[in-house]
Design a protein around this ligand. Structure first.
Ligand code: NAG
Ligand code: NAG
Ligand code: NAG
Length: 483
């Protein structure tokens, strides 16, 4: 989540009052969460609120040059009206509107805030303003409350270097837990009957401990979070040894970096985190690299290739402008929004016949498509409705809370968002969606592999080959219902 909004005016001190009740989302208990980054100028009335359960407004921020570096800022003049409209429209549809705090550039002083009891208290007071009702009337430029439904605390990343402007300390994660516990307590005190959520966008590895390595036991964090949003994207980028998928669903040990959605869920659950408190992050953008070989002619064709280590300019909106609040140097990111890929490369609705010069491939290990253009050696890893659909099926099979995307406005005519909404479907047809048919010759190595056979969905209990699914007690296959 490296894009970030700039926030420039201080939050007023708010008065605590009981909040009005918000109608519950009527979409079951699965979440489809959209990060919304206001800088792109997307009109709020373009949102199809029926397709979201939550919208995370990104971001309220803290930075070192601010009048007070230890409170959360949003720009009242430009952002205030958008937040109000989002809350108003969202609430009429039962969509929860969450304030995301921090992000890549706006997390500069989290370390100092979390380390100091007085700063924590003040920070929590500024955070509570997003949740409290506004008592100053609808036309107040500086409301004393924003009537939002939760806080998405995006400290990227405690105990690890994130943006170059961040303070980082070995005690970050321990202090973060204190901050979270105090926020949770204050929220529960002020909103005893109207639960406000705490979530966070997190890495594919749990928070770093004092030694800089991911914690192996994170159960102490369970009670403070409603769920975490695991960012399974930016897995490969200019820093990687080879080109490779932005958002692999699965991974082989090599080639490429051994990270994926499956790896992230395995790592978090191994540290004690419950699957139903995980939303799986998906990118509504691809990432471009400049390869140093012709990826069309390698044998075998593979999406892992040497590259220049510098991202080329990606889609039309990819910018090399430096960020005002934290100068990390001028560079392109290589970002191609899905909308830009659709308008420039995959203009054919088949999504497999790119425009002249491009070739499109599917990687069946990571379940991701990629593109290559020989003329400038541009490789793009991206997600399309097919790869998204497999991620949704994965989230359902794993029993996750739901899915989210970075970022809502990068879609094309809600194509990817519509696929994410398949998470709400619980009919037999959806449950069997994208599940391979059983074959007598395949080896089913991993337990809990799903297959369809004879109009039913089956999962294996152990390694098996050549055993027809039958559902007998001692058989390898368990019958899990009709398709
Ligand atoms: C807020 O401003 C609008 C537009 O000027 C006006 O119609 C409305 O009456 C105002 N509301 C209040 C509570 O003053
Ligand atoms: C951004 O890229 C353009 C075109 O590639 C280049 O002319 C410009 O100098 C770059 N800006 C910075 C700040 O490096
Ligand atoms: C991908 O692999 C699956 C088995 O995991 C197979 O059923 C499917 O046909 C393969 N698809 C392609 C395009 O190779």
């Amino acid at each position: 989540m490296k894009l970030s909004s700039i926030v420039l005016a201080a939050i007023g001190v708010a008065v605590a009052l009981a909040a009005p009740t918000i109608p519950p989302a009527s979409k079951g208990d699965k979440a489809v969460i959209g990060y919304f980054e206001p800088l792109h100028g997307f009109p709020i009335d373009k949102f199809d609120f029926d397709k979201y359960t939550h919208i995370n407004y990104a971001f309220g921020a803290m930075w070192k040059g601010a009048p007070d570096p230890y409170v959360i800022y949003v720009d009242y003049a430009t952002e205030g009206p958008k937040i109000k409209e989002l809350v108003r429209r969202g609430h009429t549809k039962g969509v929860k509107i969450i304030m995301s705090i921090g992000g890549w550039y706006g997390s500069q002083t989290f370390s100092e805030v979390a380390a100091d009891p007085t700063k924590r208290k003040k920070w929590i007071e500024s955070a509570m303003a997003f949740l409290r009702p506004n008592t100053l009337g609808e036309n107040a430029t500086i409301p004393d409350g924003w009537n939002m439904d939760g806080l998405d605390i995006d400290w990227e990343f405690p105990g690890r270097p994130g943006a170059v402007c961040n303070t980082v300390s070995p005690t970050d994660t321990a202090n973060y837990l204190l901050l979270l516990q105090e926020v949770r307590a204050q929220m529960d005190l002020e909103f005893p009957t109207n639960h406000k959520t705490i979530t966070s966008a997190v890495s594919i590895f749990p928070w770093a401990g004092a030694d800089g390595n991911p914690l192996t036991d994170i159960r102490a964090f369970i009670s403070v979070f409603d769920w975490v949003n695991i960012m399974v994207y930016d897995v490969h980028g200019p820093w990687s040894a080879s080109t490779g998928p932005n958002a692999p669903l699965y991974n082989a040990p090599a080639p490429g970096d051994p990270f994926s959605a499956q790896q992230a869920i395995d790592t978090w659950t191994a540290a004690g985190w419950p699957k139903d408190k995980i939303a799986l992050g998906t990118p509504f953008y691809g990432r471009a690299f400049t390869a140093t070989v012709d990826m069309n002619t390698r044998d075998p064709i593979t999406q892992y290739a040497p590259h220049t280590g510098v991202a080329p300019k990606g889609g039309p909106s990819d910018s090399n402008a430096t960020f005002a609040l934290c100068d990390e140097g001028a560079q392109y990111w290589g970002f191609w929004n899905w909308g830009e890929i659709r308008e420039n490369i995959l203009t054919d609705d088949s999504l497999t016949a790119p425009t002249a010069g491009w070739k499109r491939y599917w990687d069946n290990t990571t379940k991701t498509p990629w593109l290559f253009r020989e003329s400038d050696s541009m490789y793009i890893s991206y997600d399309d409705p097919t790869s998204m659909s497999l991620k949704v099926d994965f989230a359902r099979l794993q029993g996750l809370k739901g899915l989210f995307m970075w970022e809502a406005q990068m879609d094309y005519k809600d194509e990817l968002l519509t696929v994410l909404n398949q998470i709400h479907c619980s009919s037999a047809a959806c449950v069997c969606n994208n599940v391979d048919a059983w074959t007598s010759t395949a080896v089913y190595e991993q337990p809990s592999t799903k297959v369809t056979y004879n109009g039913r969905l089956w999962t294996n209990k152990w390694w098996t080959r050549g055993e027809t699914p039958s559902g007998t007690e001692w058989g390898a296959w368990k019958d899990t219902g009709a398709c």
